[in-house]
Design a protein around this ligand. Sequence first.
Ligand code: 13P
Ligand code: SF4
Length: 437
Amino acid sequence: MSSVNTAIQLITREQAASSATGLATGASTCSPALARGPWDYDLAEALAGVPAYGPGASVADVAPASTPRQGQLPEEYKLASDAELDLRIRAAKAALGDRAVVLGHFYQRDEVIEYADFVGDSFQLANAALTRPDAEAIIFCGVHFMAETADILSRPDQAVILPNLAAGCSMADMADIDSVTECWEQLEELFGTEPDADGRVPVIPVTYMNSSAALKGFCGEHGGIVCTSSNAATVLEWAFERGQRVLFFPDQHLGRNTAKAMGVPLEQMPMWNPRKDLGGNNEQTLLDSRVILWHGFCSVHKRFNVGQIEKARAEFPGVQVIVHPECPMEVVDAADSAGSTDFIRKAIAGATEPTTFAIGTEINMVNRLAAEYPQHTIFCLDPVICPCSTMYRIHPGYLAWVLEALVRGEAVNRITVADDVAAPAKVALERMLAARP
Ligand code: 13P
Ligand code: SF4
């Protein structure tokens, strides 16, 4: 099976030909702009003066003004052929040897993953950084919050590098430190700060790994904790032992799906809209709540719907439907199972009989699993090819650029979390590590 990138190039070419010949093609992408180099969007943002996420699932999300932007990639890397970039990346990696380690998230394009020394989910990659204390540089082919976490957990002298600074996460950007602090102040005014007879404080903040270091720091400072999609239930249990309720940000879906599976009724999970007073709730609703859900979501996982699952079940009787818990509740309820990216990978790896799997997560990962496990039939529930906009911003050209700079002794695109943020963020991350079953 060809990579997502190659498939997008083919579809775009066929669509251009079909508009000339009038012959329709089967497959489609959510944006023909995906066939272009991500540097076109670095330039477009610089010219427009406003940041954007670029083509892909988050294209319509509004990027905050503070979103990091990528400067211009030197022309030689934009013009280099795939074969030239391949040679240059391999030569730079060989020259650096153990001094550099390349990490790749499951959602990266295959053309980047092939150079990764470790491939995994956001949590595994944060730990992978710890397993290479000798490496002077950690090149993180993923998104901004993952690189920040690696910086917090790695040694201070290790440089964490994000090949394209515009590789953020639209969901992480939906909660910022000012809005969360304002929410917290309103909640403290309503609930007070005194623990109940069992010693449980009124509210515990829980942030998804997909959040800025500032929010992880906020949790560290306010008795809270970080979770990932693989340990969210364990973390919520930890929080309920210490608090009467939880403020969960930024992903409403992970919070709702996890708490619902633990038996929390939906009416005790109000949503907090940061643009409204009391988040758009009345006082009694908040007083009765168990989990207050921030109004955030992932635009990749929002694309999945129950109709797609019904279609898969009608066309492939016996199909196993597995989705990521960032999907809306109805989708998780209609699936056979839901879990993190690594849960999905393990479910497929563990299937002993040839099986048909319909998967609700990012297309690069689904297509790679399909290629790795040819004994199974594996496809994405979404028929339209629409990758994560920000994962897409990393391309082999940027990887060659940062690696060759390291060979010259320059750490370009270094991600550094300030000490006053990193220290409390590390507290919240370490609580998560200790809470693991
Ligand atoms: P994982 O934590 O499973 O790697 O997921 C990260 C992510 O961004 C999912 O959309
Ligand atoms: Fe963020 Fe969604 Fe992309 Fe994951 S898939 S990095 S949550 S936008």
